[in-house]
Design a binder for this molecule. Structure first.
Ligand code: NAD
Length: 485
């Protein structure tokens, strides 16, 4: 499909009641292509009144959806998986256009994002419960699982499809209805997904999508309404904290996938080539715009120069350009604002004495491109050693002993992902346990898997998405006390 036909196939209204509809205000907003800085299209701009209407719809069908046999819910999820997979090229190109990542990475996200629909279609029929005889013989204990009720999902722009399917899949499988508030920079992928779901047989009202430029007001309208029962958020820690405070008002169930500052440790006994391959993935995949991105590359001093030289060579060879061009290996940053904040972190580090091995600044011309960068000798006080970079900047810091490396890795308020490279099995077991993170990659630069629980500790979040743990986030536990048999 060419770009014009593709854009024409994407609903540009709010997705409500199984169809595309304008905002009650009649207002719209523009979606930009970050590779050109030009407008792709405009979408409806939801208001609090639109949010109320979506919640009315989610509540009116909530009982019916919860009572829909798990097998039927599974079949609809599976049909949606098949439909997304059949339109994989359309979803991939759409993500490249609105978010900027290169097409091979967009294709990878389609496969990863669709897999949550297949995985949770398989989980829908295995929800289960348990029974037991009370130890005193006074009765029977029955434990059943029930959907939590209408849910709100708030998603970021960096994985426009997968951050949605990771929430929609388990919610629908559990029997919950869901309203999605997609990131304002990338609403198109979620709107296309909603249409695909409706075509796959999802009843109207079960899934709504509300793009808006006024997230705080739209989200507050929903969270202040006691009919909403859960909020699942992926985004920055700062916004997550606000939402947690708001969620306390109606004691909402919450799932929080927040920011990260992943350490990437390379020990002297690592396989150098494997570690460099891992660093390229953990740092440069998605243009470095990933919550799991290697934010602090910590390298033992015996291997540091060899590792830095090899990584620099690979990074310097990257081709910056529009994601749809075959030659491009890295696309633009999502917005000029985000690009400027990456530049400010690099400038601050350089002013403090860091050495630029390659890259270091914005790329002149149209679009929001930034040079893939390697920095080393970064002094302790530089902001880049503590803050989330969210861009293609590898920040390398040396260490001497295993204890020192682990201490540096854990010296952060975040605890999402951590990676380390060693060929020593004893060290592998030891360090995996010592790292304070919800997810640890051993000799691997990519860890996400729909069948595994994704989630952080410390200020990186609450709860898990994916795996058998993912559906539990959308289920309440009810104990039914029965008389003795
Ligand atoms: P963000 O927090 O600015 O925005 C995320 C979402 O929240 C967007 O949809 C936005 O419109 C909405 N939002 C913003 N302010 C809000 C408010 N006051 N009330 C309600 N909603 C509000 O984050 P971002 O810039 O879109 O994404 C980048 C961040 O997301 C990074 O910190 C990254 O680490 C994190 N992230 C985490 C994960 C994870 O799984 N842990 C995955 C991807 C991204």
């Amino acid at each position: 499909m060419n770009v014009t036909d593709l854009l024409n196939s994407v609903p540009t209204g709010l997705w409500q009641g199984g169809r595309s509809a304008p905002s009650e205000s009649g207002r719209t907003f523009e979606v930009l292509n970050p590779a050109t800085g030009r407008v792709l299209t405009s979408v409806a701009n939801a208001t609090p009144a639109d949010a109320r209407a979506a919640l009315d719809a989610a509540c009116s069908v909530a009982d019916e959806w919860a009572a829909t046999p798990p097998r039927r819910r599974a079949e609809i999820l599976r049909a949606a998986f098949d439909a997304v997979t059949a339109r994989a090229e359309d979803f991939a190109l759409l993500m490249t256009l609105e978010m900027g990542k290169v097409l091979p990475e967009s294709r990878g996200e389609v496969a990863y994002g669709a897999e949550f629909l297949r995985w949770f279609s398989e989980e829908a029929v295995r929800i289960g419960g348990r029974t037991a005889t009370a130890p005193a013989g006074t009765g029977e204990i029955a434990v059943v699982k029930e959907p939590v009720g209408p849910c709100l999902a708030i998603t970021p722009w960096n994985f426009p499809l997968a951050m949605g399917t990771r929430k929609i899949g388990p919610a629908l499988a559990a029997g919950c209805t869901m309203i999605v508030k997609p990131a304002e920079d990338t609403p198109l992928t979620m709107l296309l997904l909603a249409r695909v779901f409706t075509e796959a047989g999802l009843p109207p009202g079960v899934l709504s999508v509300l793009p808006t430029l006024d997230a705080p007001a739209v989200v507050a309208e929903l969270m202040n309404d006691s009919r909403l029962r859960k909020v699942s958020f992926t985004g920055s820690t700062a916004v997550g904290k606000k939402l947690l405070a708001q969620a306390s008002e109606n004691v909402l169930r919450t799932s929080m996938e927040l920011g990260g500052s992943a350490p990437f440790l390379v020990f002297d006994d690592a396989d150098l080539d494997r570690a460099v391959d891992g660093a390229m993935l953990a740092k440069m995949r998605n243009g470095g715009e990933a919550c799991t991105a290697a934010n602090r590359i910590l390298v033992q001093n015996g291997i540091r120069e060899a590792f830095t030289a090899a990584l620099t060579e690979r990074v310097a060879a990257m081709e910056v350009g529009p994601g749809w061009e075959d030659s491009s290996t890295i696309g633009p940053i999502i917005t000029e604002k985000q690009r400027s904040s990456i530049a400010a972190l690099v400038d601050d580090a350089v002013a403090a004495g860091a050495i630029v091995r390659t890259g270091g600044g914005k790329v002149d011309g149209a679009g929001f491109f930034f040079e893939p960068t390697v920095l080393e000798a970064i002094p302790d006080g530089a902001r880049i050693r503590r803050e989330e970079i969210f861009g293609p900047v590898a920040a390398i810091v040396g260490f001497d002993t295993e204890d020192e490396g682990v201490a540096l890795a854990n010296d952060t308020e975040y605890g999402l992902a951590a990676y380390f490279f060693t060929e020593n099995i004893g060290r592998a077991q030891r360090v995996a346990r010592r790292l304070q993170a919800g997810m640890v990659g051993v000799n691997r630069g990519v860890i996400s898997d729909p069948a595994a629980p994704f989630g952080g500790i410390k200020q990186s979040g609450l709860g898990s998405e994916g795996g058998s743990e993912g559906i539990a986030e959308y289920l309440n536990t009810k104990y039914i006390a029965l008389p003795p048999a």
